[in-house]
Each structure stands twice: as C-alpha cells, then as structure tokens.
Design a binder for this molecule. Structure first.
Ligand SMILES: CC(C)(COP(=O)(O)OP(=O)(O)OC[C@H]1O[C@@H](n2cnc3c(N)ncnc32)[C@H](O)[C@@H]1OP(=O)(O)O)[C@@H](O)C(=O)NCCC(=O)NCCS
Length: 185
C-alpha cells in the first residue's frame, strides 16, 4: 500500500468529532446549520411539535427567541463542527416558588444523518449537568408514545414514567398518547 492509500484508509477510520455545547449566541453559519438540522428532523417526523417545516424566517426567529429567553438554555450538538441537533432546558419563572427545584427538558432532536453517535445521550447528560450546577434537583420531560428512540434514551438514563396523557398530541386528526417522565438529579 503506498502512503497515499494508507492516509486515505486511516482518514476513513477516524471517528467523527462529536461534541455538545451551550450556546449563548448564534453565528450566521451556525444558524444555517441549526435550521437545516431542525428541518430534516421535522421531515423525519421528530420535529419537537412542528409537523411541517415552517418558513425559514420563522425558524430563524424561533431560534433567536430561544437564545433571547432568560429562562431557557440552548444546547447544541456538533458533528465535525456542523450543528446537527439541539435540546433546551426551560427553567421555572421566579413566581413559581413551589417548583423552583425543577427544570423541563424540551425539544431534543438530532438530524437523521447525525444519529447513532451518542450525541443525544450527551445532550441530555449535559443538560442534567447544567441543571445540577445551577442548583436544580429534578428534570421533567414529556414525549409522544411514537418516539421510541427517545423513550429508550430517557429510560436508559434513569427517567421514570409517572403519567400517560391519552390525547397528548393530534396528527392528521389521530390522537397520540404522551408519556410524562421525571428524574431526580
Ligand atoms: C431520540 C433521538 C434524539 C436519538 O438520537 P441519537 O443520536 O440516535 O441517540 P444516541 O446515539 O445518543 O443514542 C442514545 C440512545 O437512544 C436510544 N436509541 C437511539 N436510536 C434508537 C433507535 N433507532 N431505536 C431504539 N432506540 C434508539 C438508545 O437507547 C440509545 O442508546 P444505545 O446507543 O446505548 O442503545 C433521535 O432519534 C431523534 O431526534 N428523534 C426524533 C426527535 C425526538 O423524538 N425527540 C424527543 C422528543 S422529547
């Protein structure tokens, strides 16, 4: 094997660079990648509430809104530098003293091309670590019964199901059940 062939072979064996981070601002290239990843997840049926792609302007405004909200943290996943998924932590408002101990984890998704690299697990673990370091004691989340990969992910991370909503979502007129989970940190 000449050196060029062996370089090519070793490059193709390299694992992609997978990482997660908390975003406090979104550059233009990152915004493009985030919108692309979300659009592909929506097309694939896992669009955190969206059933059809919104207009690009609406999607960009949505992400700007997430960054601007003081009671939200946006976590993103990158594969070889490209944003391919995200998750959000929603903190309780100051008036909700009775639930000041708990955050909600929402809008967890990976673009289909980036799945299977452990990035969703790392997003959830990073969200839990952030919530813990901010003094929270509990994470709540909910998920459609049809999102089996997400259900497996949450249960493998120790989330306990405590409720079932019989009409949690409705898709093309069909009611979809939803499961409610919590995890003590
Ligand atoms: C759920 C989702 C984020 C998982 O993404 P991912 O990158 O494949 O996840 P990971 O590689 O980190 O895998 C973590 C775990 O998820 C579960 N999982 C992932 N893909 C799965 C599949 N196809 N079938 C069953 N379980 C699966 C497994 O428990 C897996 O752990 P393991 O690798 O030890 O078996 C992704 O499938 C997705 O975006 N789905 C649509 C959106 C969605 O359902 N979001 C949740 C809304 S609350």
């Amino acid at each position: 094997m000449d050196s060029r062939t062996s370089d090519t072979a070793s490059k193709s064996l390299q694992k992609p660079d997978a990482r997660v981070e908390i975003m406090t601002e979104i550059s233009l290239p990152d915004m493009n990648d985030l919108c692309d990843a979300a659009a592909l997840a929506i097309d694939n049926g896992g669009g955190f509430g969206w059933l059809r792609r919104p207009e690009r302007d609406s999607m960009e405004n949505f992400w700007r809104g997430v960054i601007a909200m003081p009671l939200r943290h946006l976590l993103i996943a990158r594969l070889d530098g490209v944003i391919c998924g995200a998750a959000q932590i929603v903190m309780p408002p100051p008036n909700n003293e009775a639930q000041a101990h708990a955050v909600h984890l929402v809008s967890v998704f990976l673009a289909p091309w980036a799945r299977g690299h452990g990035l969703a697990r790392r997003l959830v673990e990073r969200a839990e670590a952030k919530a813990t370091s901010d003094g929270f004691k509990l994470v709540n989340l909910d998920v459609r019964e049809t999102q089996q990969a997400a259900i497996n992910l949450y249960e493998s991370l120790g989330y306990q199901q405590y409720g079932l909503h019989p009409h949690y979502a409705e898709i093309d007129g069909t009611p979809i059940k939803g499961y409610y989970y919590f995890k003590a940190l």
